[in-house]
Design a protein around this ligand. Structure first.
Ligand SMILES: Nc1ncnc2c1ncn2[C@@H]1O[C@H](COP(=O)(O)OP(=O)(O)O)[C@@H](O)[C@H]1O
Ligand SMILES: O=C(O)C1=C[C@@H](OP(=O)(O)O)[C@@H](O)[C@H](O)C1
Length: 120
């Protein structure tokens, strides 16, 4: 296995490649925000949307998910809290649009996002 370091290298290259395309929606992995080069590419080349979700709600939504390597641990709540503390300010620092999703279903989030993009 390549481990997280190898994954982050490939992720950085992919972000550089994909952010040069136009007319796409790019749903990144949550950890993309950690590297400065990713933050720069995303903020300079597109509209950045932060779908903000509380740790409590993240726990509900990921409870049965086996495909999130970082959460396959004894205490996913602590992991999510620690990640949120580091990442939330970084997401906010490059977001053009921030939408709180806790109380809303995906359909509402999409409608809200369409309005907010029009208003930019
Ligand atoms: N607004 C929402 N309301 C309810 N469930 C949601 C909402 N957004 C996402 N989910 C659910 O939460 C889980 C994680 O969503 P996902 O889009 O994979 O998040 P991310 O891409 O940020 O990791 C999925 O099961 C998804 O169906
Ligand atoms: O938060 C992270 O560091 C990661 C989240 C994953 O994406 P999702 O946010 O889609 O789960 C994926 O990029 C990788 O497992 C690392």
């Amino acid at each position: 296995m390549e481990g997280e370091a190898g994954f982050r290298e490939r992720e950085e290259q992919s972000i550089d490649d994909l952010t040069q395309m136009s007319g796409i929606v790019l749903a990144t992995g949550g950890g993309v925000i950690m590297r400065e080069s990713n933050r720069n590419h995303l903020s300079a080349r597109g509209i950045v949307v932060y779908l903000c979700t509380s740790v409590e709600q993240q726990l509900v939504r990921t409870a049965r998910d086996k495909n999130r390597p970082l959460l396959q641990a004894d205490n996913p709540e602590k992991i999510l809290r620690d990640l949120f503390a580091v990442r939330d300010p970084l997401y906010r620092s490059i977001a053009d649009i921030i939408i709180e999703t806790d109380q809303h279903n995906p359909r509402w989030v999409v409608q809200e996002l369409k309005k907010r993009i029009k208003d930019l």
